[in-house]
Design a protein around this ligand. Structure first.
Ligand code: FDM
Ligand code: MG
Length: 211
């Protein structure tokens, strides 16, 4: 292909309840895209490897406490510190497959007393808007068959129910709600075919910004 315009990569986000298989699907998707010579990379939030990410890890593993608003802003800061890299990749034609993004940011924080969705959305304003969000959905039954929660903060049924309702409030026309109660490979094929069409449709569209 030649010409003045070069195509950009797509921004694809996987969201969903804990244990829906997001991380597994992100890795499989990137692997298969690369095999087909489509440039793609994985990204996961929170990115626990940065200084801010280490604070978030300490908070999630309950080694430290932080106020609700402060921790919300740290989760957001963890995205803002990666924003230049995200934009650079996308502009170079690399598709990003992102494990959790602003939707987790808002849905988890707004599940807390005194935290509104509108307030939570503010800190994320101006971040790149995904071309598509694949929401991996599991019924409470299917979820309960996948073993118990771990010990991290938020791994409680009551919180997860509120989080799920918040996710549904955030859904817009970029969302695909996908039944995650399927074999890993069947789910992968479903996600792959959606991703291929999103990548193709995003090529010559400019990147948008939230919200
Ligand atoms: N989480 C994740 C948030 O509360 N806000 C955010 O912005 C993000 C990205 O962190 F319980 C929560 C969601 C989850 C926890 O996520 C850690 P992983 O995917 O299990 O690492
Ligand atoms: Mg987890």
């Amino acid at each position: 292909m030649c010409g003045i315009h070069s195509s950009r990569g797509a921004l694809i986000v996987l969201e969903g309840c804990d244990r829906a298989g997001k991380s597994t699907q992100c890795k499989k998707l990137v692997h298969v895209l690369n095999e087909r010579n489509i440039k793609a990379e994985c990204l996961a939030f929170p990115d626990r490897s940065t200084a801010v990410g280490q604070l978030l890890n300490d908070y999630l593993t309950k080694s430290i406490d932080l106020t609700d608003k402060a921790v919300h802003l740290l989760f957001s800061a963890n995205r803002w510190e990666l924003e230049p890299k995200m934009k650079a990749c996308i502009n170079q034609g690399i598709t990003l497959i992102v494990d959790r993004y602003v939707y987790s940011g808002v849905a988890f924080s707004a599940a807390k007393e005194g935290m509104s969705i509108d307030w939570c959305k503010m800190a994320e304003t101006g971040l790149p808007k995904p071309d598509a969000v694949f929401f991996l959905s599991l019924s409470p039954d299917a979820l309960s068959q996948r073993g118990g929660f771990g010990n991290e903060r938020y791994e409680l049924t009551e919180i997860q129910t509120k989080v799920r309702n918040n996710f549904m409030e955030l859904a817009d026309d970029t969302w695909h709600v996908i039944n995650a109660d399927q074999e890993v490979d069947v789910l992968h094929q479903d996600i792959l075919s959606r991703a291929l069409s999103v990548i193709q449709n995003s090529e010559y569209k400019s990147l948008a910004y939230l919200w």
